[in-house]
Ligand binder design. Structure first.
Ligand code: BG6
Length: 475
């Protein structure tokens, strides 16, 4: 008997071929999922054989290290059922399910509620004796607070919160998970991880990509909904949360929610001091000439959608009062550069007279490489007691390490039932609450412009305390 079945709804789509199947294939090749059956479900009336050939083609393009020997074993795990998202048609899956089955909604967001309901009506949400049923769904969870709450209602009609695994793929990234390990497994850090010693935190996710083929989605979403509300808010909560009393998924998520609840509310009056939006114009990246957002295929010439968003968040608790957290993300910026950078205050006392003791920075780099840097001042070799900046670097992965992609990591967690790296509904809800006034204010007016290939709109500087500067994203 197959121990676990994974049903992918939306199995003919892009997410399945580009990300899910390559991740499942690799896990299989590593021998981690030998007792898994994968059943694709989509509206196309394909045969099992046709589906397997479709996936074969996808893996040849998107899977690293694709090997015919692995494929012949992997293909035996793949099955397919064609049908609409209706209970009577989903019933055709019944005989293919194991007591423990995971349903993955690889579907366009407007269909999340429909699919969750239809699966429930088909009776698939009820965990049979000795097994479990889980539902995996990936961001975006609504487009604002009200739509997120509505989606929750739809999902909860048949599914318990504990059965729902909401993916934010950043939580499967190595550096994101390392934030928890590094912060809480090192004695030296916790005593100084507070407002007394930290002066600012900058979380940046800069991309050189433009809107690409996603105009229909992106022009409605914009950078705030696409990146800040979810991915960057997650990095922020992990950087700012209190030490949990245990690593139980509920305790961990309670602590992350507590951070969001402690954010000083942004109001209609303070929006401009807390949020900046930008949109890319034409420009250059190296030698490549790039068109502006409004000239991209599928984008309206009058679109005011932001392709860059920056926020200043303040956390009103004992640990963080007075420390600004700056979050920003944008498309068509100067480089693919991402990091969580924590600046420490300057030393209070005198240093040898030839030394300039700059601020220490602890930087968790995500791109272009995953690595940790601690910026310090050390003695400059020579006769004088002089100092100079120095960097203590730890490469994240060593030559013998096996790294897993975010999807590999999260699929294993989902099958193993570890909810720690999935979002509980209140995390989603609070992130929308924090941003509601910004979304409201941005319904009107236009974003500030920035040239493609630059560091974003100059107006982002208005979010900073006078003594702070945005870190450069140029490599
Ligand atoms: C996605 C956003 O969630 O994350 C994209 O929709 C963005 O716009 C992407 O490019 C970034 O994630 P990664 O892991 O590809 O760097």
């Amino acid at each position: 008997m197959t121990a676990t079945t994974l049903v992918i709804l939306g199995a003919s789509g892009d997410l399945t071929q580009r990300l899910l199947m390559p991740a499942l294939y690799r896990l299989h090749a590593l021998g981690l999922t030998s007792d898994l059956r994968i059943v694709g479900y989509a509206k196309e009336p394909w045969s099992r054989d046709y589906f397997q050939r479709h996936i074969h083609k996808a893996l040849q393009s998107f899977a690293e290290d694709f090997k015919p020997a692995h494929w012949s074993r992997f293909r035996r795990q793949l099955d397919y059922v064609g049908g609409e998202l209706q209970a009577d048609q989903l019933a055709a899956l019944k005989d293919k399910l194991s007591p423990s089955t995971l349903f993955y909604l690889a579907l366009p967001p407007p269909l999340f509620g429909v699919a969750a309901t239809a699966l429930g009506e088909a009776g698939f949400a009820k965990s049979p004796h000795g097994g479990w049923r889980r539902l995996v769904v990936e961001k975006p969870f609504g487009t604002d607070l009200a739509s997120a709450q509505l989606l929750r209602e739809q999902m909860h009609a048949h599914w318990e919160e504990e059965q729902i695994l909401r993916i934010d793929h950043f939580l499967g990234k190595e550096t994101t998970q390392n934030l928890m390990v590094f912060r809480f497994a090192n004695r030296f850090l916790e005593p100084i991880w507070n407002a007394q010693h930290i002066s600012q935190v900058q979380i940046t996710y800069a991309e050189t990509l433009g809107v690409e083929q996603r105009a229909a989605y992106y022009d409605k979403a914009g950078a705030l909904r696409d990146m800040l509300q979810n991915h960057l808010m997650q990095l922020f909560s992990l950087a700012a949360m209190e030490p949990p009393s245990s690593w139980d998924a509920e305790v961990l998520r309670d602590h992350k929610v507590e951070v969001l609840r402690s954010v000083v509310p942004i109001t209609a009056k303070t929006v401009n001091a807390h949020a900046v939006r930008g949109q890319y114009r034409a420009g250059k990246l190296g030698r490549k000439k790039l068109v502006g957002y409004r000239s991209e295929p599928g984008i309206k010439r009058s679109s005011d959608t932001e392709t860059f968003a920056a926020l200043r968040l303040e956390v009103d608790n004992w640990r963080w009062r007075g420390v600004p957290f700056y979050l920003r993300s944008g498309k068509r910026l100067a480089s693919n550069y991402s990091e969580i950078a924590v600046q420490f205050r300057q030393v209070p006392g005198p240093v040898p007279h030839a030394v300039h003791a700059g601020n220490n920075w602890m930087i968790f780099r995500i791109r272009p490489v995953e690595r940790m840097d601690l910026l310090v001042t050390a003695k400059q070799p020579g006769l004088k007691l002089a100092g100079r900046p120095s960097i203590l670097t730890a490469m994240y992965a060593g030559p013998d390490d096996r790294e897993f992609s975010a999807y590999e990591q999260l699929l294993m967690d989902a099958m193993g039932g570890d909810r720690s790296h999935f979002l509980r509904f209140d995390e989603v809800e609070w992130a929308w609450k924090v941003l509601a006034p910004v979304l409201k204010a941005w319904e009107k007016g236009a974003p500030d412009f920035y040239a493609s290939g630059s560091e974003g709109p100059e107006t982002q500087a208005r979010l900073l305390d006078p003594e702070h500067h945005w870190r450069s994203i140029r490599l």
